[in-house]
Design a protein around this ligand. Structure first.
Ligand code: B1M
Length: 217
């Protein structure tokens, strides 16, 4: 099996079909043939879940199919994550980043992909999970003496919570020394400016680039 566009399309299709077995088989096959795990997530699994998400938005598929597709994506991404993390494990840390999905939002996959890719690129990443309370972000930044805070959301409704976390960082005297990057599909440059974030990441590679600039790497 050649690792080409056809391979990534097949991988995307396993997510669309909710076919976990075939997904794992293709990933293992791909890794044996030297496929880049980040590409497998972005060009394969990510394409599949985006298609299902768009169909869900248009009412062409329903929540059970979305959940099935997300489960396949998550299990596939977990195998690929291990490989991605291993790529960064032997490097000197370029800085410490706390990352989480904001309160009100349980979307996990994109935030975890960003966390793994940052780690693979030499950052020390503390992933504090999903539906994270404002106070929990503050506590994690302090306890880990983080250089940067990353916040993710895919939902429009709780977006403003990102601004509330930044306000709380100011109150606690953290904002001068801790950079902030935000991301997720509803987050725009304008919104990031409005709430006083330092940068917005549009995908995992962009997040690595922007964090690099913020931390002077
Ligand atoms: Co949800 N969901 N979902 N969902 N879901 C969306 C986001 C939605 C756009 C679907 C749609 O309607 N078309 C819509 C949001 C609408 C809106 O608010 N504007 C939506 C909805 C409505 C919901 C529920 C409310 C549905 C319901 O219950 N009625 C509910 C939310 C409940 C809650 O959170 N309180 C819900 C639930 C779920 C599932 C549980 C079924 C599942 C999540 C499973 C999981 O994460 N464990 C799910 C999924 C899978 C999606 C879609 C289909 C895909 C998200 C995903 O994983 N993408 C999504 C539609 C879509 O995005 N097309 C959708 C793949 C991932 C690799 O990409 O997450 O975008 P993404 O991350 C990217 C970039 O955004 C960026 O880099 C990542 C890697 O490239 N990025 C960052 C992300 N965070 C970053 C942080 C950074 C930098 C970059 O710096 C810190």
């Amino acid at each position: 099996m050649a690792v080409d566009k056809e391979y990534f399309d097949k991988l995307a299709q396993t997510v669309i079909d909710g076919d976990n077995e075939e997904c794992v088989r293709l990933i293992e096959d791909g890794l044996d043939k030297g496929v880049d795990p980040i590409e497998a997530i972005e060009k394969g699994l990510g394409k599949g879940i985006t298609k299902v998400g768009n169909d869900f938005g248009e009412g062409a598929v329903f929540l059970p199919e979305l959940i099935m597709a997300a489960d396949v994506m998550k299990q596939g991404a977990a195998i690929l994550d291990e490989k991605i993390k291993a790529l960064g494990s032997k490097r000197k840390s370029l800085g410490k980043i706390v990352i989480g999905t904001i309160k009100g939002d349980i979307h996990d996959i994109g935030k975890s992909v960003v966390a793994s890719v940052l780690q693979a690129n030499g950052y020390d990443v503390v992933d504090i999970g999903i539906d994270v309370e404002i106070e929990t972000f503050i506590k994690a930044v302090k306890e880990n003496n983080a250089d940067c805070l990353g916040m993710s959301t895919l939902l429009t409704l709780p977006l403003q919570v990102m601004g509330e976390v930044i306000d709380k960082m100011k109150e606690e005297g953290l904002r001068d020394r801790v950079k902030v990057i935000v991301g997720g599909c509803p987050v725009t440059e304008e919104f990031a400016d409005e709430i006083g974030a330092d940068a917005v990441g549009f995908d995992a590679a962009d997040a690595v680039k922007k964090v690099g600039v913020l931390l002077g790497n």
